[in-house]
Write a protein that binds this ligand. Structure first.
Ligand code: GLN
Length: 607
């Protein structure tokens, strides 16, 4: 089956195939040798997948597209401050080769016009023309993911005719923007413009910028992350010369064009796009390049300022512990306490990308629930991405929660957040990988606060089990004779999935997990679907309906159980039907109670 994106760009290519408006660049004689029909469109995603149609393997000279990348290189090499002192970031609104410098400082307006670009090439460190050019060629090759070569003919052709650029360079020298040797800077610039690329490679170079400065195919960092934003900013205001304003309105992507016919555009975080077609308009921009970009932007809604409101979806849901509890089954009394006081725990589930607007929403939810809440659980299991500024904001949220004496638990199994931050630790934020553990932890706190919970070593006497409610003391002593006691080590398998149900268990001490294995070959422990604490009866359902055990039961801690065998239960049924009836009714009541809780949970999940 054809890939839909491939088909759409193939259609687009078809639509503009016949457009032969514009002229080949002829001020560099060698460029007139280009074929007017050449036309390619390439897309590279920020995760390194390429789409291409047309003449996307045809080599052509990179020309002014190089300016964006050399600007990035000198930012990496010298830092913003030094670069800023020599090259501005203001759009000039003039042609690419205009002889215009800031009248006060002599600085070129920006690095996308020739004056700024020649200055940038002059700032690439090294001794001698070859070494400095080699540095540029190497770095461009890393962007393109292939060893790039120079077109010597084009270079010589431009060097032989580049008087205007030499004049600009000398003017720059006059204002002490450009250091000596001036000629060398111009030659480095001419050589850099003559580097050969394909449309596919240009798209990948753009994708490196879309991907925060890392080549998504090779995985190499090709530009410092902090400089990407600056390069893209200048591209978006100045990249298309005196067409830049129109471009931002029509296309809305940072982009750079060159007289070789290439145009590269970048949608940060998503794609790099390149169009190659050497017929140019009077401003030196590829005619088909402009048209295809405008159409692509419209088709795929790529305009940077046309951003969907996402903050609404970032909060997946908000619930209270009283509505949705952990999977731990407890004695009824404890469930009742949790139900009664569970409003004090507010769970906020977040999803997707966590940026400013999402955090702002979170602050509103925290504020709205503040009166009743003593613990917030932030469930980050579905959060994919955040950034440093948002993380700082979260630290501020944590601090505000902490000063009011409330606690904050963050469930973040994928470590989206940098949890070892001392400022987070100072706010006493507790991290866990498991939302179950967080819920259980809060439940335990509520129980400890409102009822005396048994300590680990206490054995719950059999007559305290809910399953023996309503039994008279005579009946209880009869039951006692039917019970046995079993001890299990931590990690022992108490019940095996698929086995015969011969026993019901009353957990007197310790803790067990119910785990479900999927499929025959699954020898792992399987997913935990529930956990039981002391006072809870388990294994009773299969004893009653006679079906094979439907899950494994594992001892999490050293555990002690009273056991009532199926045979003894049957004896009770025959010999003491009154006792049997009470036990069955108690089991039924416990199941009803569970069902009620599940129903409430399901309805709160659906709402
Ligand atoms: N080498 C060309 C020049 O400086 C690059 C110009 C361009 O691509 N706009 O004239």
């Amino acid at each position: 089956m054809v890939n839909t994106i491939s088909r759409i760009i193939a259609d687009l290519h078809q639509d503009f195939q016949g457009c032969l408006d514009g002229q080949l660049a002829d001020y560099i004689p060698e460029l007139t040798k280009a074929d007017s029909n050449w036309f390619g469109i390439s897309l590279f995603t920020a995760d390194g997948h390429g789409y291409s149609v047309g003449d996307t393997s045809q080599l052509f000279t990179i020309q002014s597209v190089s300016k964006a990348f050399t600007y990035g290189m000198i930012l990496d090499e010298h830092g913003v401050e030094k670069v800023n002192s020599r090259i501005g970031v203001e759009p000039s609104g003039e042609a690419f080769n205009s002889i215009s410098l800031d009248p006060e400082t002599g600085r070129p307006f920006n690095a996308m016009i020739n004056a700024g670009a020649i200055t940038a090439s002059g700032m690439v460190g090294g001794s001698g023309l070859e070494q400095r050019f080699e540095k540029i060629r190497k770095r461009f090759s890393e962007f393109a993911g292939r060893e790039l070569k120079i077109d010597d003919e084009v270079y010589r052709s431009e060097s032989a005719t580049g008087f205007r650029n030499r004049a600009i360079a000398n003017l720059l020298r006059n204002f002490e923007i450009l250091d000596d040797p001036v000629d060398e800077a111009v030659e480095v610039y001419f050589k850099q413009c003559s580097i050969l690329v394909t449309c596919q490679e240009l798209a990948l170079m753009g994708a490196c910028l879309a991907n925060g400065g890392v080549n998504p195919v090779t995985g190499d960092r090709v530009l410092k992350a902090k400089n990407v934003e600056r390069v893209l900013s200048v591209m978006s205001t100045c990249g298309m010369y005196d067409y830049s304003g129109e471009w931002v309105v029509n296309v809305g992507l940072p982009a750079k064009s060159g007289v070789g016919g290439g145009v590269v555009g970048v949608l940060p975080g998503q794609i790099g796009v390149a169009v190659f077609s050497p017929l140019l308009d009077e401003k030196g921009n590829s005619v088909r390049g402009l048209r295809v970009f405008a159409e692509l932007s419209r088709l795929f809604n790529l305009h940077l300022f046309n951003y969907p409101a996402i903050s609404e979806y970032v909060i997946r849901r908000v619930y209270k512990l009283s509505e949705v509890g952990s999977q731990r089954q407890r004695i009824k009394k404890h469930h009742d306490v949790i139900h009664e006081h569970g409003d004090k725990v507010t769970v906020i589930e977040l999803q997707g990308d966590l940026f400013f607007a999402a955090l702002e929403r979170l602050t509103r939810i925290i504020e709205r629930n503040a009166e009743t809440t003593s613990t917030y659980i932030l469930d980050f299991r579905r959060v994919v991405l955040t950034d440093a500024a948002t993380e700082d904001l979260l630290v501020n949220v944590s601090a505000d929660v902490e000063v009011t004496g409330k606690q904050l638990l963050i469930v973040d199994p994928a470590s989206v957040l940098e949890r070892s931050r001392p400022d987070l630790e100072a706010c006493k934020v507790v991290f866990t990988d498991d939302v179950e553990l967080a819920l259980e932890f809060c439940e335990d706190q509520i129980i400890a606060e409102h009822v005396a919970a048994p300590t680990v070593s206490d054995l719950i006497p059999f007559h305290d089990f809910d399953v023996f409610n309503f039994l008279t003391s005579r009946e209880l002593s009869e039951i006692e004779g039917a019970l046995e006691m079993e001890h299990f080590q931590a990690d022992a398998c108490i019940i095996e999935q698929g086995s015969q149900p011969d026993m019901l268990y009353l957990l007197s001490r310790g803790s067990v997990s119910i785990c479900l294995r999927q499929g025959e070959s699954d020898s792992e422990k399987g997913a935990r679907v529930a956990a039981f604490g002391p006072g809870v009866c388990f294994g009773e359902i299969a004893v009653i309906d006679g079906k094979l055990r439907s899950a494994d039961v594992w001892a999490d801690d050293p555990s002690t159980c009273y056991t009532l065998s199926a045979a003894n239960l049957e004896k009770l049924e025959q010999g003491s039907p009154a006792i049997y009836a009470k036990i069955i009714k108690n089991i039924l009541l416990l199941q009803i109670d569970r069902l009620r809780r599940f129903n409430q949970e399901v309805s709160s999940l659906r709402s």
